[in-house]
Design a protein around this ligand. Structure first.
Ligand SMILES: Nc1ncnc2c1ncn2[C@@H]1O[C@H](COP(=O)(O)OP(=O)(O)OC[C@H]2O[C@@H]([n+]3cccc(C(=O)O)c3)[C@H](O)[C@@H]2O)[C@@H](O)[C@H]1O
Ligand SMILES: Nc1ncnc2c1ncn2[C@@H]1O[C@H](COP(=O)(O)OP(=O)(O)OP(=O)(O)O)[C@@H](O)[C@H]1O
Ligand SMILES: [Mg+2]
Length: 275
């Protein structure tokens, strides 16, 4: 294994092998302990119908139930955040049935996103690309979660994990903007193993991962935008040998997206100096 591969695995906190039941307990305990120590009143998270929010949502619900069993008042709010009508709404409903959240709120982000998009065109007199609009959708979802969570004194849960963090495949201050990251350090297949252990419907972890941010390509798979397969990303993260081309692509993206995994850069920071 190259020195850089070792460094990436260690920086992202990946464990090459896991025990799914132990990982569930460790991550639920983390959420419960953190809530208890901060005095925050609960957790909030957008539920898309994809693997990551299904897992993070269920862990969040289990954490607040654990706290309530100990006499601490804590609750979980699941948010549906469609842009208009979501083409795979049935998957989102399946995820909600699996998570069984204390409360479920629907907030359509269309008005917010279109408002920013219209103002962009008016203010700059330039067209807004579908890609840029996609990042606005992710950021409006972040705003919606902080608004609903903030009203109740809840913390915002993020779904970032090692297989996304390595390529920076999330919107900075969009879905990357959160207070707690219960899936941190997991590869994509490890996340699927946790869902299987939790008896989730197979559809939720067998479905092709999608950011689903583009109007022009609804449901575009992550693998087709990234040009790398999750099995390859997972193999790399779990310390296996992968094709030299794949390793080079992952390492280039890792280095290019370091700014996303750090706090905003200041004059006293030096992590960027070597390149
Ligand atoms: N070196 C640097 N130091 C400090 N800041 C730097 C920087 N380079 C760019 N930036 C800043 O970062 C911005 C670019 O980052 P960002 O706005 O995130 O945009 P970007 O990384 O270009 O796009 C986000 C990517 O994540 C994918 N995504 C988004 C949301 C969810 C999911 C999913 O899987 O569900 C995937 C999306 O499909 C797209 O490929 C720049 O506009 C600039 O403001
Ligand atoms: N339509 C949506 N409704 C509610 N939340 C959403 C929606 N789209 C994205 N999100 C939020 O943004 C996060 C990032 O999306 P991402 O696609 O990485 O995760 P996912 O959809 O849960 O799983 P997968 O990566 O397998 O598709 C989601 O986990 C979810 O919290
Ligand atoms: Mg998704």
């Amino acid at each position: 294994m190259s020195e850089l591969q070792q460094q990436i695995i260690s920086e992202l906190g990946v464990r090459p092998t896991i025990n799914a039941a132990e990982e569930i307990t460790r991550r639920v305990d983390f959420l419960a302990n953190y809530l208890r120590s901060t005095g925050a009143r609960g957790l909030v998270l957008g539920i898309s119908g994809g693997q990551d929010s299904s897992l993070a949502g269920r862990l969040s619900q289990l954490a607040v139930e654990k706290l309530r069993a100990e006499g601490v008042d804590a609750h979980f709010t699941a948010m549906r955040l469609p842009y208009g009508v979501q083409h795979d709404e049935d998957d989102a409903q399946l995820a909600l049935e699996f998570i069984r959240p204390d409360r479920s709120v629907v907030l359509n982000i269309r008005g917010g996103v279109d408002g920013v998009a219209d103002a962009f065109r008016e203010g700059t007199e330039e067209p807004l690309s579908d890609f840029n609009k996609g990042n606005i959708k992710a950021r409006v979802r972040m705003i919606a979660q902080y608004a609903v969570g903030g009203a109740d004194g809840y913390l915002v849960v993020g779904t970032d994990h090692a297989a996304e963090a390595i390529t920076g495949f999330y919107t900075k201050f969009g879905d990357g903007g959160a207070d707690v990251l219960p899936l941190s350090g997991l590869s994509k297949r490890q996340g699927a193993a946790l869902l299987r252990e939790l008896d989730a419907p197979a559809r939720l972890y067998e479905k092709a991962p999608t950011a689903d941010l583009l109007d022009e390509v609804p449901g575009q798979t992550d693998e087709s935008s990234l040009g790398v397969r999750y099995t390859e990303i997972d193999d790399y993260l779990e310390g296996h040998e992968v094709d030299a081309d794949v390793a080079a692509a992952l390492e280039a993206r890792f280095l290019l997206t370091r700014h996303k995994r750090a706090l905003p850069v200041t004059p006293d920071d030096t992590w960027w100096v070597a390149g």
